[in-house]
Ligand binder design. Structure first.
Ligand SMILES: Cc1cc2nc3c(=O)[nH]c(=O)nc-3n(C[C@H](O)[C@H](O)[C@H](O)COP(=O)(O)OP(=O)(O)OC[C@H]3O[C@@H](n4cnc5c(N)ncnc54)[C@H](O)[C@@H]3O)c2cc1C
Ligand code: SF4
Length: 479
């Protein structure tokens, strides 16, 4: 086994959002003598090369298929999606970037369900603002959540139907906050709503490569690609370093601090393989649950300047959350037509995204064949109670439009592409694997970052929050 010659200050596993935002803050605060090793299991492939090969995943031509090789899904009716490679799933994400609502952090206190987060919206607000600046987010002047400064980019344009809903639901319907650019700036073009965001042809959405790639050129950073971490070296209550394989060779590297940013499938399984027996580890595998609502209309629906135009909060927060899940409505503006002469654009499409409560029996664990096993039995009754009344809710919500017909379907993907809840945060080891800073309750020099740390699953997309939490985690090293 080869040993990397230096003792590193920090070893970071993965190069996605969590790792890169941790790295950003660390480099801003660390001394010139600091040494960071970043180990990334996939390759680094530029946007231009990806386009040439139509290659989304750094290691495979198809993001979902490529990643599927890495896990053993025990429930084929439920899919999960991510990509590997430098930049993680920033290469294939769709860049919807809402903040959570304040109540998302305190579901138990407010509504008597789920578990409160050990931090509040106010704790995270300054970090949200910073990530929105790095993402160069386009968003509306008014938002459903408290926000002190305007978004860096102007909002995307609304469609005819969005403008009608905005007028009917003041304070509840807004242009979507998104890291798909409204105006061309820096390395990014303006979004032109062609809706193939998994590999944006004009580089309009934020990726780690186009927005944070320079971090990895810092002389304090050593980035090793095609280097797969296989275990964390846990001794007593301390993480001493990691074991990794590269080009068939087994290696070990040592550090003062270890940071796992390998996502909610691999963070917990790496820890299990390393001997961590925290009771919640691997449990609570979760994501939101969605339905597609297509509304045939008596009016033409045109306009908009991006693929997901607007966000509706009409079914989100309120006393109903004592009994059933919150729902975020996304207005979809990809290419869809009504197949009736003269009525091709007399239609609107929405995605209704429901929160879930993590269930202990849904879990990930290492497979005997070296992959990760996913045992997912289904969403919570809390979510089901909201789904049971979807027809009534959508008829009421969209009844303000000139509706001719309305259909509710399952989304074809069988996944929201968000992997959450497998190393949740809590105030104590009895409540969670990590604390409010993503620091492991037992191994105090080990950070476990990403959506695995979410104790409840807001209907809002997770990555802005994952990134804000990672900035806050890195600051912990400097108090
Ligand atoms: C198609 C799609 C669309 C999405 N759209 C949105 C959206 O619009 N809005 C939103 O908020 N979220 C979206 N997401 C989710 C978002 O991409 C994730 O929340 C986010 O990428 C998680 O960031 P992360 O850094 O925790 O993990 P990842 O981005 O998954 O990064 C993990 C990194 O770790 C590396 N790695 C894994 N295991 C190892 C190992 N053993 N050794 C070394 N390296 C390792 C991986 O290669 C990768 O680089 C989408 C996801 C997909 C797949
Ligand atoms: S809608 Fe098109 S231009 Fe906009 S981010 Fe997606 S792929 Fe890029």
């Amino acid at each position: 086994m080869a040993e990397v010659d230096k003792q590193f200050s920090v070893i970071i596993v993965g190069s996605g959002f969590a790792s890169s935002f941790f790295l950003k803050r660390y480099l801003e605060r660390a001394e010139e003598s600091a040494r960071v090793l970043v180990l990334e299991r996939g390759q680094r492939v530029s946007h231009a090369e990806r386009l040439k090969k139509k290659q989304i995943d750094a290691d495979d031509a198809d993001p979902v298929l490529g990643a599927r090789k890495l896990f053993n899904n025990l429930n084929p009716r439920k899919d999960w999606a991510f990509t590997v490679g430098f930049g993680g799933s920033s290469n294939c994400w769709w860049a919807c970037t809402p903040r959570f609502l304040p109540s998302d952090f305190s579901l138990h206190t407010n509504y008597g369900v789920g578990q409160d987060w050990p931090l509040s919206y106010e704790d995270l607000a300054p970090y949200y603002e910073e990530v929105e600046s790095v993402f160069d987010v386009s968003g509306p002047p008014e938002t459903a959540f408290p926000k002190k400064v305007p978004y860096p980019q102007p909002p995307h344009l609304l469609t005819t139907v969005d403008r009608m809903l905005e007028g009917k639901y003041p304070g509840e319907y807004f242009a979507q906050a998104t890291a798909r650019s409204r105006i061309a700036r820096g390395k990014r073009s303006a979004c032109c709503a062609n809706g193939v965001c998994s590999l944006c042809p004009v580089d309009a959405k934020f990726t780690i490569e186009n927005g944070m790639g320079d971090l990895y050129a810092d002389p304090r950073v050593t980035l090793l690609c095609s280097a797969e971490v296989t275990a964390v070296d846990l001794q007593g209550n301390t993480a001493k370093g990691v074991f990794y394989s590269q080009e068939g060779e087994q290696n070990r590297a040592s550090s003062d601090v270890v940071v796992l940013g390998a996502n909610a499938l691999f963070n917990p399984t790496l820890l299990m393989q390393s001997g961590d027996d925290s009771p919640h580890l691997g449990r609570g595998l979760c994501e939101q649950v969605a339905r597609i609502v297509t509304v045939d209309l008596g009016v033409e629906n045109v306009g908009g300047s991006t693929v997901i135009n607007a966000s509706g909060y009409m079914l989100y927060d309120g006393e109903h959350r004592r009994e059933r899940a919150a729902c975020l409505i996304e207005s979809q503006n990809d290419m869809y037509l009504r197949l009736e002469s003269g009525k091709h654009r007399h239609v609107a499409k929405f995605k209704l995204i429901y929160e879930d409560l993590p269930q202990s029996e849904n879990r990930v664990f290492p497979s005997d064949d070296g992959r990760v096993s996913l045992a997912y039995e289904g969403h919570s009754d809390y979510t089901q109670r909201a789904l049971d009344r979807i027809e009534k809710d959508v008829k009421s919500i969209f009844g303000v439009l000139p509706v001719e017909d309305l259909r509710i379907d399952l989304p074809p993907e069988q996944t929201e592409s968000h992997i959450l809840g497998t190393h949740r945060m809590g105030r104590s080891p009895e409540e969670g694997v990590v604390d409010a800073y993503g620091c492991h309750h037992r191994y105090r020099n080990l950070f476990v970052l990403g959506g695995g740390s979410f104790p409840t699953i807001s209907p809002s997309n997770p990555t802005l929050t994952i990134s804000a939490l990672a900035l806050r985690s890195a600051e912990r090293l400097f108090v």
